[in-house]
Design a protein around this ligand. Structure first.
Ligand code: PLP
Length: 423
Protein backbone atom coordinates (compact mmCIF):
# COMPACT_ATOMS: atom_id res chain seq x y z
CA UNK A 1 0.00 0.00 0.00
CA UNK A 2 1.05 3.60 -0.57
CA UNK A 3 1.35 5.97 2.39
CA UNK A 4 -2.18 7.45 2.31
CA UNK A 5 -3.72 3.98 2.10
CA UNK A 6 -1.63 2.77 5.05
CA UNK A 7 -2.94 5.74 7.07
CA UNK A 8 -6.45 4.34 6.57
CA UNK A 9 -5.96 0.58 6.42
CA UNK A 10 -2.79 -0.53 8.26
CA UNK A 11 -3.29 -2.08 11.70
CA UNK A 12 -6.97 -2.80 12.26
CA UNK A 13 -8.45 -4.89 9.44
CA UNK A 14 -12.05 -5.79 10.27
CA UNK A 15 -13.16 -9.32 9.50
CA UNK A 16 -16.60 -10.36 8.26
CA UNK A 17 -19.29 -8.45 10.20
CA UNK A 18 -16.88 -6.57 12.46
CA UNK A 19 -17.02 -2.79 13.10
CA UNK A 20 -15.58 -0.56 10.39
CA UNK A 21 -14.10 1.92 12.86
CA UNK A 22 -11.31 0.91 15.23
CA UNK A 23 -13.06 -0.43 18.36
CA UNK A 24 -12.03 0.97 21.74
CA UNK A 25 -11.31 -2.06 23.91
CA UNK A 26 -11.82 -0.31 27.23
CA UNK A 27 -10.75 -3.24 29.38
CA UNK A 28 -7.85 -3.66 31.76
CA UNK A 29 -8.06 -7.45 31.70
CA UNK A 30 -8.50 -10.38 29.33
CA UNK A 31 -10.06 -13.72 30.25
CA UNK A 32 -8.31 -17.07 29.74
CA UNK A 33 -9.46 -20.69 30.00
CA UNK A 34 -6.45 -22.27 31.67
CA UNK A 35 -3.42 -21.55 33.81
CA UNK A 36 -1.30 -22.99 31.00
CA UNK A 37 -2.54 -20.25 28.63
CA UNK A 38 -1.60 -17.54 31.11
CA UNK A 39 1.76 -19.15 31.94
CA UNK A 40 2.71 -19.13 28.24
CA UNK A 41 1.95 -15.40 28.08
CA UNK A 42 4.02 -14.65 31.16
CA UNK A 43 6.96 -16.62 29.76
CA UNK A 44 6.69 -14.70 26.43
CA UNK A 45 6.04 -18.00 24.66
CA UNK A 46 2.64 -16.97 23.34
CA UNK A 47 1.46 -13.57 22.17
CA UNK A 48 -1.76 -12.14 23.48
CA UNK A 49 -3.18 -9.62 25.89
CA UNK A 50 -3.51 -10.08 29.60
CA UNK A 51 -3.27 -6.65 31.22
CA UNK A 52 -3.55 -3.19 29.64
CA UNK A 53 -0.49 -1.84 31.46
CA UNK A 54 1.60 -3.89 28.97
CA UNK A 55 -0.54 -4.08 25.86
CA UNK A 56 -4.11 -3.49 24.73
CA UNK A 57 -5.76 -4.46 21.40
CA UNK A 58 -6.82 -0.90 20.46
CA UNK A 59 -3.35 0.45 21.24
CA UNK A 60 -1.78 -2.51 19.44
CA UNK A 61 -3.62 -1.74 16.18
CA UNK A 62 -2.41 1.87 16.28
CA UNK A 63 1.12 0.67 17.03
CA UNK A 64 0.96 -1.55 13.93
CA UNK A 65 -0.15 1.42 11.85
CA UNK A 66 2.65 3.65 13.16
CA UNK A 67 5.24 0.93 12.47
CA UNK A 68 3.90 0.63 8.91
CA UNK A 69 4.00 4.41 8.36
CA UNK A 70 7.61 4.76 9.54
CA UNK A 71 8.79 1.49 7.96
CA UNK A 72 9.62 -0.22 11.26
CA UNK A 73 9.16 -3.74 12.61
CA UNK A 74 7.20 -2.70 15.71
CA UNK A 75 6.06 0.23 17.82
CA UNK A 76 4.88 1.15 21.30
CA UNK A 77 2.43 3.96 22.00
CA UNK A 78 3.27 5.80 25.22
CA UNK A 79 1.38 8.19 27.47
CA UNK A 80 3.41 11.21 26.20
CA UNK A 81 6.26 12.20 23.90
CA UNK A 82 8.50 12.52 26.93
CA UNK A 83 7.67 8.96 27.98
CA UNK A 84 8.61 7.82 24.44
CA UNK A 85 12.00 9.55 24.60
CA UNK A 86 12.60 8.18 28.11
CA UNK A 87 11.68 4.58 27.18
CA UNK A 88 13.71 4.74 23.94
CA UNK A 89 16.83 5.71 25.89
CA UNK A 90 16.36 3.64 29.04
CA UNK A 91 16.01 0.53 26.87
CA UNK A 92 19.70 1.12 25.97
CA UNK A 93 21.19 2.77 29.05
CA UNK A 94 21.80 2.18 32.72
CA UNK A 95 23.59 4.15 35.45
CA UNK A 96 27.16 4.86 34.38
CA UNK A 97 26.30 5.12 30.67
CA UNK A 98 26.62 8.09 28.32
CA UNK A 99 24.56 9.56 25.47
CA UNK A 100 25.56 11.94 22.67
CA UNK A 101 22.79 14.37 21.67
CA UNK A 102 22.53 17.05 19.00
CA UNK A 103 22.25 20.44 20.70
CA UNK A 104 19.31 21.59 18.54
CA UNK A 105 16.56 19.80 20.44
CA UNK A 106 13.19 20.52 22.03
CA UNK A 107 13.78 22.29 25.38
CA UNK A 108 11.82 19.66 27.30
CA UNK A 109 14.02 16.93 25.85
CA UNK A 110 17.16 18.87 26.80
CA UNK A 111 15.85 19.01 30.37
CA UNK A 112 15.00 15.28 30.35
CA UNK A 113 18.53 14.48 29.15
CA UNK A 114 20.57 17.00 31.09
CA UNK A 115 18.71 17.05 34.42
CA UNK A 116 16.52 13.98 34.91
CA UNK A 117 18.73 11.36 33.23
CA UNK A 118 21.67 12.77 35.18
CA UNK A 119 19.80 11.82 38.37
CA UNK A 120 19.63 8.28 36.97
CA UNK A 121 23.42 8.32 36.61
CA UNK A 122 23.43 8.82 32.84
CA UNK A 123 25.62 11.54 31.37
CA UNK A 124 24.85 13.43 28.16
CA UNK A 125 27.16 15.38 25.86
CA UNK A 126 25.48 17.93 23.57
CA UNK A 127 27.26 18.39 20.25
CA UNK A 128 27.15 20.98 17.47
CA UNK A 129 25.44 18.87 14.82
CA UNK A 130 26.84 21.04 12.00
CA UNK A 131 30.46 20.04 12.69
CA UNK A 132 31.90 17.37 10.36
CA UNK A 133 31.86 13.75 11.55
CA UNK A 134 35.67 13.70 11.99
CA UNK A 135 35.28 16.37 14.67
CA UNK A 136 32.32 14.65 16.34
CA UNK A 137 33.80 11.18 16.92
CA UNK A 138 35.84 12.54 19.84
CA UNK A 139 32.64 12.96 21.90
CA UNK A 140 31.87 9.22 21.86
CA UNK A 141 33.14 7.10 24.75
CA UNK A 142 33.30 3.35 25.35
CA UNK A 143 30.14 3.69 27.50
CA UNK A 144 28.19 5.78 24.91
CA UNK A 145 24.91 4.02 24.08
CA UNK A 146 23.07 6.28 21.61
CA UNK A 147 23.12 9.33 19.35
CA UNK A 148 19.98 11.47 19.55
CA UNK A 149 18.62 14.17 17.19
CA UNK A 150 15.44 15.74 15.75
CA UNK A 151 14.52 15.74 12.04
CA UNK A 152 13.26 19.35 12.30
CA UNK A 153 14.34 20.84 15.61
CA UNK A 154 11.73 22.42 17.89
CA UNK A 155 11.78 25.48 17.85
CA UNK A 156 14.87 26.41 15.82
CA UNK A 157 13.57 24.50 12.70
CA UNK A 158 17.12 23.28 11.92
CA UNK A 159 16.98 20.26 9.58
CA UNK A 160 19.21 17.35 10.61
CA UNK A 161 21.50 15.56 8.14
CA UNK A 162 20.11 12.18 9.23
CA UNK A 163 22.19 10.10 6.82
CA UNK A 164 25.45 11.62 8.08
CA UNK A 165 24.34 11.22 11.72
CA UNK A 166 23.48 7.55 11.08
CA UNK A 167 26.97 7.00 9.63
CA UNK A 168 28.48 8.69 12.68
CA UNK A 169 26.44 6.61 15.17
CA UNK A 170 27.13 3.34 13.37
CA UNK A 171 30.88 4.06 13.12
CA UNK A 172 30.79 4.23 16.93
CA UNK A 173 28.68 1.07 17.34
CA UNK A 174 25.57 2.83 18.66
CA UNK A 175 22.02 3.29 17.31
CA UNK A 176 20.67 6.61 16.01
CA UNK A 177 17.44 7.77 17.69
CA UNK A 178 15.47 10.38 15.75
CA UNK A 179 12.61 12.46 17.15
CA UNK A 180 10.45 12.86 14.03
CA UNK A 181 7.64 14.87 15.69
CA UNK A 182 7.72 17.98 13.46
CA UNK A 183 8.25 16.15 10.16
CA UNK A 184 5.86 13.18 10.71
CA UNK A 185 6.37 10.09 8.53
CA UNK A 186 4.43 11.84 5.76
CA UNK A 187 7.24 14.36 5.23
CA UNK A 188 10.25 12.26 6.27
CA UNK A 189 10.88 8.63 7.21
CA UNK A 190 14.20 8.65 9.12
CA UNK A 191 14.55 4.85 8.91
CA UNK A 192 15.04 5.22 5.14
CA UNK A 193 18.09 7.37 5.93
CA UNK A 194 19.61 4.98 8.47
CA UNK A 195 17.89 5.82 11.77
CA UNK A 196 17.48 2.81 14.10
CA UNK A 197 14.76 4.11 16.40
CA UNK A 198 12.16 6.80 15.73
CA UNK A 199 10.22 8.59 18.46
CA UNK A 200 7.28 10.98 18.32
CA UNK A 201 5.26 13.24 20.48
CA UNK A 202 1.95 12.10 18.95
CA UNK A 203 0.42 15.06 20.83
CA UNK A 204 1.43 17.18 17.84
CA UNK A 205 0.69 16.50 14.14
CA UNK A 206 -0.07 12.77 14.41
CA UNK A 207 -3.07 13.25 16.69
CA UNK A 208 -3.40 16.59 14.96
CA UNK A 209 -6.45 17.93 16.80
CA UNK A 210 -4.88 18.83 20.17
CA UNK A 211 -7.09 16.36 22.05
CA UNK A 212 -4.68 13.77 23.45
CA UNK A 213 -1.17 13.83 24.90
CA UNK A 214 0.79 10.82 23.67
CA UNK A 215 3.98 9.47 22.17
CA UNK A 216 5.41 6.48 20.35
CA UNK A 217 8.64 4.58 19.86
CA UNK A 218 9.24 2.76 16.54
CA UNK A 219 11.95 0.16 16.00
CA UNK A 220 13.59 -0.04 12.56
CA UNK A 221 14.69 -3.60 13.38
CA UNK A 222 18.06 -3.00 11.70
CA UNK A 223 20.55 -2.55 14.52
CA UNK A 224 22.61 -5.71 15.14
CA UNK A 225 22.47 -5.96 18.94
CA UNK A 226 24.19 -9.34 19.08
CA UNK A 227 27.15 -7.97 17.09
CA UNK A 228 27.53 -5.27 19.78
CA UNK A 229 27.14 -7.65 22.72
CA UNK A 230 29.85 -5.74 24.66
CA UNK A 231 27.82 -2.51 24.61
CA UNK A 232 24.33 -4.02 24.76
CA UNK A 233 24.57 -7.29 26.72
CA UNK A 234 20.89 -7.17 27.80
CA UNK A 235 19.69 -7.89 24.26
CA UNK A 236 21.57 -11.11 23.66
CA UNK A 237 22.00 -12.61 27.12
CA UNK A 238 19.33 -14.27 29.29
CA UNK A 239 16.77 -12.05 31.08
CA UNK A 240 16.15 -13.70 34.44
CA UNK A 241 12.89 -11.76 34.87
CA UNK A 242 11.53 -13.89 31.98
CA UNK A 243 13.05 -17.29 32.81
CA UNK A 244 16.20 -16.70 30.80
CA UNK A 245 14.62 -15.36 27.60
CA UNK A 246 17.27 -14.07 25.12
CA UNK A 247 15.60 -11.27 23.15
CA UNK A 248 17.69 -11.47 19.98
CA UNK A 249 17.08 -15.23 19.77
CA UNK A 250 13.39 -15.25 20.68
CA UNK A 251 12.33 -12.10 18.79
CA UNK A 252 14.98 -11.59 16.07
CA UNK A 253 14.92 -8.10 14.60
CA UNK A 254 12.12 -7.03 16.98
CA UNK A 255 14.37 -7.56 20.03
CA UNK A 256 14.56 -3.85 20.89
CA UNK A 257 10.84 -3.09 20.83
CA UNK A 258 9.83 -6.32 22.61
CA UNK A 259 12.40 -5.71 25.36
CA UNK A 260 11.17 -2.12 25.76
CA UNK A 261 7.63 -3.35 26.29
CA UNK A 262 8.19 -6.37 28.50
CA UNK A 263 10.74 -4.66 30.74
CA UNK A 264 10.08 -0.91 30.75
CA UNK A 265 6.40 -0.57 29.85
CA UNK A 266 5.77 -3.41 32.32
CA UNK A 267 7.72 -1.72 35.12
CA UNK A 268 7.14 1.99 34.44
CA UNK A 269 3.52 1.75 33.30
CA UNK A 270 3.32 4.46 30.66
CA UNK A 271 1.37 2.77 27.87
CA UNK A 272 -1.09 5.00 26.00
CA UNK A 273 -4.72 4.55 26.99
CA UNK A 274 -7.10 2.87 24.49
CA UNK A 275 -9.20 6.05 24.37
CA UNK A 276 -6.20 8.21 23.42
CA UNK A 277 -5.02 5.61 20.91
CA UNK A 278 -8.47 5.85 19.28
CA UNK A 279 -8.11 9.64 18.95
CA UNK A 280 -4.58 9.22 17.63
CA UNK A 281 -5.84 6.78 15.01
CA UNK A 282 -8.48 9.26 13.83
CA UNK A 283 -5.71 11.81 13.37
CA UNK A 284 -3.51 9.36 11.47
CA UNK A 285 -6.32 8.65 8.99
CA UNK A 286 -6.14 12.22 7.62
CA UNK A 287 -2.41 12.84 8.17
CA UNK A 288 -1.44 13.23 4.47
CA UNK A 289 -4.18 15.76 3.74
CA UNK A 290 -3.47 17.80 6.86
CA UNK A 291 0.31 17.83 6.35
CA UNK A 292 -0.09 19.01 2.74
CA UNK A 293 -2.18 21.96 3.92
CA UNK A 294 0.11 22.79 6.87
CA UNK A 295 3.07 22.92 4.50
CA UNK A 296 1.22 25.00 1.93
CA UNK A 297 -0.07 27.53 4.49
CA UNK A 298 3.29 27.76 6.27
CA UNK A 299 5.20 28.36 3.03
CA UNK A 300 2.93 31.28 2.07
CA UNK A 301 3.15 32.78 5.57
CA UNK A 302 6.94 32.37 5.78
CA UNK A 303 7.30 34.21 2.46
CA UNK A 304 4.92 36.94 3.65
CA UNK A 305 6.82 37.43 6.93
CA UNK A 306 10.23 37.28 5.24
CA UNK A 307 9.44 40.39 3.17
CA UNK A 308 7.63 42.30 5.97
CA UNK A 309 9.31 45.54 7.13
CA UNK A 310 8.75 44.79 10.85
CA UNK A 311 10.36 41.34 10.71
CA UNK A 312 14.12 41.22 11.23
CA UNK A 313 14.55 37.60 10.14
CA UNK A 314 12.76 34.29 10.00
CA UNK A 315 13.80 30.65 10.31
CA UNK A 316 11.85 28.30 8.07
CA UNK A 317 13.66 25.69 5.96
CA UNK A 318 11.17 26.13 3.11
CA UNK A 319 12.59 29.60 2.33
CA UNK A 320 15.04 29.50 -0.58
CA UNK A 321 17.72 31.45 1.31
CA UNK A 322 17.45 29.37 4.50
CA UNK A 323 20.80 27.76 5.38
CA UNK A 324 18.88 24.47 5.70
CA UNK A 325 17.05 24.74 2.37
CA UNK A 326 19.24 22.30 0.46
CA UNK A 327 19.02 19.74 3.26
CA UNK A 328 15.25 20.26 3.38
CA UNK A 329 14.99 19.41 -0.31
CA UNK A 330 16.65 16.08 0.40
CA UNK A 331 14.88 15.15 3.65
CA UNK A 332 11.58 17.06 3.29
CA UNK A 333 10.77 17.04 -0.43
CA UNK A 334 7.00 17.36 0.18
CA UNK A 335 7.25 20.42 2.44
CA UNK A 336 8.75 21.77 5.65
CA UNK A 337 5.85 21.34 8.08
CA UNK A 338 4.01 24.15 9.87
CA UNK A 339 6.31 25.68 12.49
CA UNK A 340 8.55 28.74 12.05
CA UNK A 341 10.39 31.14 14.33
CA UNK A 342 10.80 34.81 13.48
CA UNK A 343 12.30 37.85 15.18
CA UNK A 344 10.49 41.20 15.34
CA UNK A 345 12.60 44.33 14.97
CA UNK A 346 11.19 46.01 18.08
CA UNK A 347 12.43 43.45 20.62
CA UNK A 348 10.49 42.39 23.72
CA UNK A 349 7.82 45.15 23.58
CA UNK A 350 7.14 44.44 19.94
CA UNK A 351 6.75 40.74 20.71
CA UNK A 352 4.22 41.44 23.47
CA UNK A 353 2.25 43.95 21.39
CA UNK A 354 2.20 41.66 18.37
CA UNK A 355 0.93 38.62 20.31
CA UNK A 356 -1.65 40.63 22.25
CA UNK A 357 -2.97 42.13 19.01
CA UNK A 358 -3.64 38.81 17.27
CA UNK A 359 -7.35 38.01 16.99
CA UNK A 360 -7.56 34.66 15.21
CA UNK A 361 -4.15 33.13 15.93
CA UNK A 362 -4.15 31.89 19.49
CA UNK A 363 -1.63 32.32 22.26
CA UNK A 364 -0.96 28.73 23.35
CA UNK A 365 1.83 26.77 25.00
CA UNK A 366 1.61 24.18 22.24
CA UNK A 367 2.67 23.60 18.65
CA UNK A 368 1.21 21.67 15.75
CA UNK A 369 -2.37 22.32 16.78
CA UNK A 370 -4.92 22.16 13.97
CA UNK A 371 -5.57 25.83 14.84
CA UNK A 372 -2.80 28.41 14.41
CA UNK A 373 -0.95 29.34 17.58
CA UNK A 374 1.92 31.55 18.72
CA UNK A 375 4.21 31.79 21.69
CA UNK A 376 6.48 34.66 22.71
CA UNK A 377 9.27 32.99 24.72
CA UNK A 378 10.57 36.27 26.19
CA UNK A 379 7.24 36.97 27.91
CA UNK A 380 6.32 33.35 28.76
CA UNK A 381 8.60 30.31 28.93
CA UNK A 382 11.78 32.45 29.21
CA UNK A 383 10.35 35.53 30.95
CA UNK A 384 12.78 35.40 33.88
CA UNK A 385 15.78 35.98 31.57
CA UNK A 386 17.36 39.34 30.70
CA UNK A 387 17.80 40.23 27.02
CA UNK A 388 21.48 39.19 27.29
CA UNK A 389 20.60 35.83 28.85
CA UNK A 390 17.95 35.30 26.20
CA UNK A 391 20.52 35.82 23.45
CA UNK A 392 22.88 33.31 25.07
CA UNK A 393 20.13 30.69 25.04
CA UNK A 394 19.54 31.26 21.31
CA UNK A 395 16.27 33.18 21.77
CA UNK A 396 15.83 36.88 21.28
CA UNK A 397 13.53 39.31 23.04
CA UNK A 398 11.55 39.68 19.82
CA UNK A 399 11.45 35.98 18.88
CA UNK A 400 8.02 34.55 18.09
CA UNK A 401 7.28 30.88 17.45
CA UNK A 402 4.39 30.50 15.05
CA UNK A 403 2.63 27.19 14.48
CA UNK A 404 0.54 27.57 11.35
CA UNK A 405 -2.82 25.80 11.37
CA UNK A 406 -5.41 24.90 8.78
CA UNK A 407 -7.47 28.10 8.68
CA UNK A 408 -8.01 29.81 5.34
CA UNK A 409 -4.73 31.43 4.33
CA UNK A 410 -6.34 34.83 3.67
CA UNK A 411 -7.65 34.98 7.26
CA UNK A 412 -4.22 34.11 8.66
CA UNK A 413 -2.42 36.73 6.55
CA UNK A 414 -5.03 39.35 7.51
CA UNK A 415 -4.56 38.60 11.21
CA UNK A 416 -0.76 38.74 10.97
CA UNK A 417 -0.97 41.96 8.92
CA UNK A 418 -3.20 43.78 11.43
CA UNK A 419 -1.14 42.62 14.44
CA UNK A 420 2.13 43.67 12.79
CA UNK A 421 0.57 47.08 12.14
CA UNK A 422 0.19 47.50 15.94
CA UNK A 423 3.90 46.92 16.54
C1 PLP B 1 6.31 18.28 22.40
C2 PLP B 1 7.55 17.55 22.05
C3 PLP B 1 8.04 16.52 22.86
C4 PLP B 1 7.38 16.12 24.16
O1 PLP B 1 6.17 15.54 23.90
P1 PLP B 1 4.92 15.54 24.94
O2 PLP B 1 3.89 14.79 24.20
O3 PLP B 1 4.60 16.96 25.23
O4 PLP B 1 5.43 14.79 26.14
C5 PLP B 1 9.18 15.84 22.44
N1 PLP B 1 9.82 16.17 21.30
C6 PLP B 1 9.39 17.17 20.51
C7 PLP B 1 10.14 17.50 19.26
C8 PLP B 1 8.25 17.89 20.84
O5 PLP B 1 7.82 18.89 20.05
Amino acid sequence: MEFASKCLHSGYEPQNGEPGALPIIQSTTFKYDSTADVAALFDLQASGFFYSRLANPTVDYVEQKLAALEGGVGAICTSSGHAANFIALMNLCRAGDHIVACSKLYGGTINLLAVTLKRFGIEVTFIDQDLPNEDLTQYFRPNTKALVGETIANPSTDVLDIERMAALAHSQGVPLIIDNTFATPYLCRPIEFGADIVVHSTTKYLDGHAVGVGGCVIDAGKFDWAAHQDKFPEFSSPDESYHGCVYTEAFGNAAYIVKARVQLIRDLGCLQSPQNAFYLNLGLETLPLRMQQYCQNAQVIAEFLAQHAKVERISYPGLAYSPDHERAQKYLPLGCSGVMTFVLKGGRDAGVRFIDSLKLIRLEVHVSDIKSSVLHPASSSHRQLTDEQLKASGIEAGSVRLSVGLEDISDLIADLEQALAQV
